[in-house]
Ligand binder design. Sequence first.
Ligand code: F6P
Length: 536
Amino acid sequence: MTPLTQTPEWQALAAQRDALAGRHLNRLFANDPQRFARFSFRCGELLADFSKQRLTGEALAQLVRLAEARDLAGFLRRMAAGEAINATENRAALHIALRAEKSYRVGGRDVLPEVHATRARMRELSEAIRAGAWRGSGGQAIEAVVNLGIGGSDLGPRMAAQALGAHADPNLKVRFVANIDPAEFADTVRDLDPARTLFIVSSKTFTTQETLANARAAKAWLGTADPARHFLAVSNNVAAAQAFGIPPENCLAMADWVGGRFSMWSAIGLPLACSIGMDAFEDLLAGAREMDEHFLSAPYAENLPVLMALIGLWNIDFLGAESLAVIPYAHRLGLLPAYLQQLEMESNGKRVTLDNEAVGCATAPILWGMAGSVGQHAFHQLFYQGTRLTPIDFVVPVGESGPEQEALVANALAQGAALMKGKSLEEATAQLIAAGKDTAEAERLAPHLVCPGNQPSTTLLMPALTPRALGNLIALYEHKVAAQGCLWGVNSFDQWGVEHGKQMAREILPKMLTGEGEFDASTAGLLAAIRAMPKA
Ligand code: F6P
């Protein structure tokens, strides 16, 4: 395949970028009264407004041509056909099958019966736990479910359980432990009763150091309690779960063709199902399915995930953006940026194409963010007057009416508008004079009040933070990431860099304990300093 940056479509986009240089978003709006209507699109509960992105209709059309030239359609066909698009691990990436109604085949086998069987087991278990029918070994009902997992075996259900807190069973505590730092486990179980606590060991591989350490800590904390009454496992490695002491009937399967960061729809979602109930979990799946159908069938020019992928690529590769801020205007979506960090950065933080060539351009952005309006009082200053181009995704559930909720939504809209519009020197001077400053003082201060504006943002609006809307939203980002991976030509479904880091940690631990082994000078110096430190 022709390297991406040498394609005529890429060259045409560079020309579009040059033609647009210096044209402020204010001018794009002034020239086109229909800009909002032309750049906003809907799917399910979501309305995506791309009109505040630094794009013309022509540039967008050219981006669509890039998607066609990179055979995005062929990629989607192969993905939906269960082909091994994760070529470095020789696996399918078929998370869409987890929320499908029609059959999907992997290696010639329809996987839907097993998906439905696992889901039926999830219903059985979550309903038994919620109804108090699942008893601890002392005969008491369970009052706390603690998920032990990390990365994709933690972030999805943790984020969604918080997001859907309004739907949570108030009588069941659902908590999450990921870090190998024993402080997280200790803080999480401090107020829990071992006799009434059920752990879910969530690990696709059942080899992850952090999760296994926490599972051992849980076993010790439970004391003499029967593991069969206090542990469930979600894994692709049932033998290892059994060897740990979890009986097979307590193990829920996780298929090989589900990647960790795409797995919240699988049995990895069990803690979420315990929290919100299986009916709400199925609404979440339905929301994701709605986005899947849209992604696989809508024309690119109206296809939300494809447009988000293309606009993201435009910002990164043509406008030079290095990061993407995701700012949900909903306290309960506070973990969305952390969840998306794994989804985007572990998927597309890659530099080599599937043809084993250097990508030749920048790939995944550094994704970051926190809930608005809190972030306004922390980092928005940099958006307004800093030196960097920082595209932002504002995620805004409109919610129920009421003065605080309305103020929250107004803040979200105000940020997008003010960052786009900016404040000129004349406006700043006039503002100061209106505030009573004399002309000399106003002229001295005005440059400090100037905001150049022209900061691009996307607003994702939804009526309320419901399971269906959350399903729409998360599947939107999943497909955006897959489409971007296809455009860049990288494999979005492996994570060899993370594996390298894991291996390094495994090697360093025994050497750290014995003090023996070869290290680079810095690591050797740090190890010596650690050994010299007084032990608490
Ligand atoms: O963070 C790296 C990673 O491999 C993720 O892809 C995965 O979600 C996580 O570790 C946890 O892996 P497992 O579910 O096998 O414990």
